[in-house]
Write a protein that binds this ligand. Structure first.
Ligand code: AMP
Length: 220
């Protein structure tokens, strides 16, 4: 019998708001946010073997190879806090990763509940990526226009220093959107065919999108 744990995948292009929403939903629903981008950045900061392997791909705005990413997610989901579920943010990003996730969840006697797709047009994605700041210490995200910190350059949550991600430069941003279209957007149809997709308009403000996501989850 599949468990009553809650596993969600948030889909959407780079800058669609997956990270912001995953962070909020995680607090409200009491299940961890599992962000592969954040896990890679933590590994990079600690200079682990995994981090060094991922570095070049991340700097170029390309995807880290599937087997490396899936191995990292497998380890993360095996931790005790993911027993009640998880909000997957930035994973899967390829069909092969989606298939691996399905196998992983079956092994754990779990299943995906729903896959909200946060839809945002390209010009809005670029505008959002351009003003994005991330906390070096805790990974919290801010935007200079849409969700600025109380004090410039300082994280509201932990007081850490805010920085602009090296893969948030204009050229890399454009490349990440192309990579998203080629390799990740096919997941929209993949999950639609499985009856798991829920479309969400990602243009309104953060609170409105959050309310819509909660409505989807509570209606399950
Ligand atoms: P993000 O923070 O989700 O924008 O991810 C930052 C970078 O980490 C991406 O541009 C990729 O280089 C890498 N990355 C994150 N998630 C994945 C994934 N699921 N598959 C492959 N690479 C990933």
């Amino acid at each position: 019998m599949p468990s009553d744990a809650l596993f969600l995948v948030l889909l959407g292009g780079p800058g669609a708001g997956k990270g912001t929403q995953a962070e909020r939903l995680s607090e409200i629903l009491g299940i961890p946010q599992v962000s592969t981008g954040e896990l890679f950045r933590e590994n990079l900061k600690k200079e682990t073997e995994l981090g060094l392997l991922a570095k070049g791909y991340m700097e170029r705005g390309e995807l880290v190879p599937d087997e490396v990413t899936v191995g990292m997610v497998r380890e993360r989901l095996s931790r005790a806090d993911a027993r009640k579920g998880a909000i997957l943010d930035g994973f899967p990003r390829t069909i092969a990763q989606a298939e691996a996730l399905e196998e992983l969840l079956v092994e754990m006697d779990h299943q995906l509940a729903v896959v909200p797709n946060i839809q945002v047009p390209d010009d809005v994605l670029l505008a959002r990526l351009a003003g994005r700041w991330t906390c070096r210490k805790c990974g919290a995200m801010y935007h200079q226009l849409f969700s600025p910190p109380q004090e410039e350059g300082v994280c509201d949550r932990c007081g850490g220093e805010l920085y602009q991600r090296p893969d948030d430069t204009p050229d890399t941003q454009k490349h990440r959107i192309e990579v998203y279209k080629e390799q990740t957007a096919p997941l929209i149809d993949y999950y639609r065919e499985k009856g798991l997709l829920a479309e969400v308009d990602g243009r309104p403000g953060i609170d409105k999108i959050q309310a819509e996501l909660l409505e989807i989850v509570r209606g399950l």
